[in-house]
Design a protein around this ligand. Structure first.
Ligand code: GDP
Length: 303
């Protein structure tokens, strides 16, 4: 299967959802009702209210400017507007800076696919010949470090861990020292994601950030938030929350293969202003892919 077919097959539920809601409304004359129906269909497809309204507005402007009378003529405009919204600087880019340590801090609530994503990233860069180190800074759950150790072994990457309940910032401190002494290219940091205590979570992430700032000034740093695309608009709330704790540099959206709510990607990225770096469309290592806005929208629109 080609990569595009794989992506399309991963996105089949979302495509069906989006096309089910949109299909009916793109025939006939353009009237005010059309924009209302469009907004509604986009909201049903989990694109998000603000983004749905903006997309409808873009179509309205184009129709007015170019005296478009047929709804069908606006189909490609919708596709282009969605693509454009996703083309935020840095989208699809997660490249390692050569000649220095790269640190990716992976955040997100429990269950979104953080550890799996980190493992996939480790495997990917390891296979590309990079020296990779994983840091188990989710010390809240012993299982998290165990899960990471499986990935580390599989990827041929080193793992830095301490006992359950250890200070996550201390793990990161150790990991940076190890990364420096081993000449690692990439340090991937797994963090805890329990949300029931917001203040603690924020404090913990801020402390990790301070250690990185102090101990690895020359490093290239990415603060990546992992979101489960299946949670739709709730993911946007998570982006806001984590954005308050750390200066996020990008998003990774997982589980797009299992949901009909993938349209949410458009709204989450647009409304948070954060570029989508990678998407997960399955459990295999090769199912974590760089995000390409044009390809993504094409996979949604082309049956
Ligand atoms: P964490 O609690 O955020 O670290 O989440 P985990 O990494 O433990 O992942 C939770 C579950 O989601 C696991 O069963 C993963 O295999 C699964 N998962 C992660 N990413 C994807 C994806 O892109 N597609 C699918 N189908 N499952 C995924």
């Amino acid at each position: 299967m080609s990569l595009f077919s794989r992506l399309k097959s991963g996105l089949s539920k979302t495509r069906a959802g989006l096309m089910d809601s949109l299909a009916g409304i793109f025939s006939g004359r353009v009237d005010e009702e059309f924009y209302e129906e469009l907004e509604e269909a986009l909201i049903v497809a989990d694109v998000g209210v603000q983004t749905a309204v903006e997309l409808a507005q873009r179509l309205r402007e184009r129709a007015k400017r170019e005296h478009i009378k047929e709804r069908g003529e606006l189909w490609q405009t919708l596709r282009a507007a969605m693509t454009e919204m996703l083309q935020i600087e840095g989208a699809g880019l997660l490249t390692l800076q050569p000649g220095c340590l790269n640190i990716f801090i992976i955040t997100g609530v429990n269950g979104v696919g953080k550890t799996t994503t980190l493992g996939k990233l480790g495997a990917h860069y390891s296979a590309a010949g990079k020296r990779v180190l994983l840091a188990a800074a989710d010390t809240f759950r012993a299982a998290a470090a165990d899960q990471l150790s499986v990935w580390a072994e599989r990827a041929g990457a080193g793992l830095i861990r301490q006992g359950e309940g250890a200070d996550p910032a201390a793990v990161v401190y150790d990991a940076i020292a190890a990364a420096k002494s081993r000449g690692a290219d990439l340090l991937l940091v797994d963090t805890a994601g329990r949300l029931h205590n917001k203040a603690n979570l924020m404090a913990e992430l801020a402390k990790i950030a301070r250690v990185v700032e102090r101990e690895a000034k020359e490093a290239h740093l990415e603060n990546l938030l992992v979101l489960d695309a299946g949670t739709g608009q709730n993911a946007l709330a998570q982006a806001r929350l984590f954005g308050e704790a750390v200066p996020l540099t990008g998003l990774i959206l997982t589980k797009l293969d299992g949901t009909a709510k993938g349209g949410a990607v458009v709204g989450i990225s647009h409304e948070s202003g954060l570029p989508v770096k990678m998407i997960g469309v399955g459990e295999g290592v090769e199912d974590l892919r760089p995000f390409d806005p044009e390809e993504f929208v094409a996979a949604l629109f082309e049956s």
